[in-house]
Design a protein around this ligand. Structure first.
Ligand code: CP
Length: 310
């Protein structure tokens, strides 16, 4: 692996990382991935480190894979959820942060409905902060695992056409993926209902299409997204059936992509809405590879931030 000076304390946004940083994180993840296939899946690298998972929104993949990643490197991990924290009694995020800091954790992994919550936390604690998804803003570790999966399957990212389909405006995954894939030299095309397309796509590095066919045509990667109902102030779609008819990825629309195109989804999937079940489970789908790579990428992030290299 090439030497690279990784000088980051937090993982807040992919905007803070260069293409060389991203490559280095993925290379580190690739070298740590093998630990997960051993019969004894544990190395002493982060022994004595304390990691808190602070999840104010539901999560299956991100929370569990950060916890597995930390445990595979022998860190001590502790989980707090919204319902089991004193946030339900009215404690502010800043007060929560100060109290967590008093227990001297080395890293806090936070998921929060408010965009910017990880930044706020980073100003009040000395621990490393890892953004596990903040509102509609970013989900950097998801984009890193997505890029690792594309690199595994395609051997490169530069020059590929990545189509991201769905609720682009409210998706923190789409936001981080657009930043990451375009930094790595891919052409990112997005499509979704007009009510779910954000302003300023070209500044972010993506090309927007109202016609899904233009986005999917000749794509190397087709990434489908869930509608973020929990972030909508009002229904922006008539029905799920109508969404599936116009923006669902199915056997007909996928014919427009390259014959070797792969299908991705960050999960959780609404089968039959944004993605047909046969494609989700078919041979082009790399959805479960994304989940496996999620453990490796999160091991790499904790390793790089917490001085595993010392
Ligand atoms: N991809 C993702 O963030 O999934 P979870 O919400 O289950 O963590």
């Amino acid at each position: 692996m090439e030497q690279h000076h990784f000088e980051h304390k937090h993982i807040l946004s992919l905007d803070d990382f260069s293409a060389a940083d991203i490559e280095y994180i993925i290379q580190t993840a690739a070298s740590l991935k093998e630990i997960s296939s051993r019969s004894i899946k544990k190395v002493p690298t982060l022994r004595g480190k304390t990691i808190i998972n602070l999840f104010f929104e539901p999560s299956t993949r991100t929370r569990l894979s950060f916890e597995i990643a930390a445990k595979r490197m022998s860190a001590d991990t502790f989980n707090i959820s919204m319902s089991t924290s004193s946030a339900v009694k009215g404690e502010s995020l800043v007060d929560t942060a100060r109290n967590l800091q008093a227990m001297q954790p080395d890293a806090i992994i936070i998921r929060h409905a408010q965009s910017g919550a990880p930044y706020l936390l980073s100003r009040h604690v000395s621990a490393s902060i890892l953004n596990a998804g903040d509102g509609t803003h970013e989900h950097p570790s998801q984009a890193l695992l997505d890029m690792m999966t594309v690199l595994d399957k395609k051997g490169r990212i530069a020059g590929l056409k990545i189509a991201i389909i769905g609720d682009i405006a409210h998706s923190r995954v789409a936001h981080s993926d657009i930043i990451g894939f375009s930094k790595m030299g891919a052409e990112v095309h997005v499509s979704g209902p007009a009510t779910m397309m954000p302003e300023g796509l070209s500044e972010l590095g993506a090309v927007g299409h109202l016609n899904i066919r233009e986005a999917v045509r000749d794509a190397d990667v087709v990434m489908t997204l869930r509608i973020q109902r929990e972030r909508l102030q009002e229904p922006l779609l008539p029905t799920a059936r109508e969404y599936a008819d116009f923006f669902g990825i199915n056997n007909e629309i996928i014919k427009l992509a390259r014959p070797d195109a792969i299908i991705m989804h960050p999960g959780p999937i609404n089968r039959g809405v944004e993605l047909s079940p046969d494609l989700a489970d078919g041979k082009r789908s790399v959805i479960l590879d994304q989940v496996s790579n999620g453990v490796a990428v999160r091991m790499a992030l904790l390793y790089l931030l917490l001085g595993g290299g010392d």
